[in-house]
Design a protein around this ligand. Structure first.
Ligand code: ZN
Length: 292
């Protein structure tokens, strides 16, 4: 009898210790979320960027070429959290949309932002089916849109400049969502796979509109470092301190191109690459930013 009481006391204290550990874990988790965190996932040849905004909003831009994004999210998100506040699909090419399919199947997504452009691959058909199933609010990206995340963080949509809903296009890359995330004094520019022609159009907009400020501290280099993106003129306008290239090890496209690396190096900013640096995390307190 006495032994049974002793045993139940041991079990009870064990449970109390576990509960205390969980409570402190939750407290530290939320306390540590005062800063903005932008993680460029190493998902091979494709884009996937996870943004944690002060106050708790979680945003995923693109999902990479396969479901490796799931393990990446699992590392960054606490085990009890199975929801995302916003998913952005820049454009429905395989290396951007594929990982999002599994994300939509496994996570509860509150809002989805994309362009509505058509594509003919199987992954796109699946994307559309999942959009219908997911009980998310759908938004269509268009220049001038602003998403306010609270606590001083907001995202401005710079591209596309037209409504692509239901449209079939020949240059899918040039329809992609370009978004600028601002937090206090710091800013991040996400450019999807846009090429020079869109860069030039963004540049000419920036010359004629006050709303359109391209300069950013961190640039997600366009199109995995392809030679057809990151023109000198565009780099001079963005003037980043850090360039991040999302390309896979030994990818068959030869990304990033040596010409692009030369142009980025000539512009003088740091170059970080998922294929050589793995996951890249940049943290900002609204005044300064640093690599974690
Ligand atoms: Zn791509």
């Amino acid at each position: 009898m006495e032994k049974a009481i002793r045993n139940s006391k041991t079990v009870l204290s064990f449970i109390l210790v576990v509960i205390t550990i969980i409570i402190w874990y939750v407290v530290f988790y939320f306390e540590s979320r005062q800063n903005l965190l932008v993680t460029f996932f190493d998902v091979g040849q494709g884009d996937s960027i996870f943004i944690e905004v002060p106050g708790g909003n979680q945003i995923l831009i693109d999902g990479g070429p396969d479901d490796s994004v799931l393990a990446k999210l699992g590392k960054r998100m606490p085990f009890w959290d199975r929801s995302l506040d916003l998913v952005i699909l820049t454009h429905p090419e395989k290396d951007h949309v594929s990982g999002l399919l599994e994300v939509l199947r496994r996570y509860d997504v509150d809002k989805i932002l994309w362009t509505g452009v058509e594509h003919s691959i199987a992954e796109f058909e699946e994307w559309k089916k999942l959009l219908e199933k997911e009980d998310a609010e759908i938004f269509y990206a268009q220049r001038g849109g602003v998403i306010n995340f609270g606590k001083g963080a907001e995202m401005v949509i710079l591209w596309p400049d037209e409504d692509f809903r239901g449209k079939t296009v020949s240059e899918l890359n040039e329809t992609g969502v370009v978004a600028k995330l601002e937090y206090g004094q710091n800013s991040f520019l996400f450019t999807g796979d846009i090429g020079r022609s869109t860069e030039y159009r963004l540049l000419s907009e920036s010359l004629s509109s006050k709303f359109f400020v391209l300069s950013s501290d961190v640039l997600k280099v366009g199109h995995h470092g392809s030679k057809y993106s990151s023109s000198d003129a565009f780099l001079r306008a963005v003037l980043p301190e850090i360039n991040v290239i999302q390309s896979g090890r030994k990818n068959r496209y030869g990304h990033p191109a040596s010409e692009t690396l030369d142009r980025l190096a000539a512009a003088g900013a740091a170059i970080l690459r998922n294929d050589t640096d793995g996951d890249i995390v940049i943290e900002s307190n609204g005044w300064i930013f640093w690599r974690k």
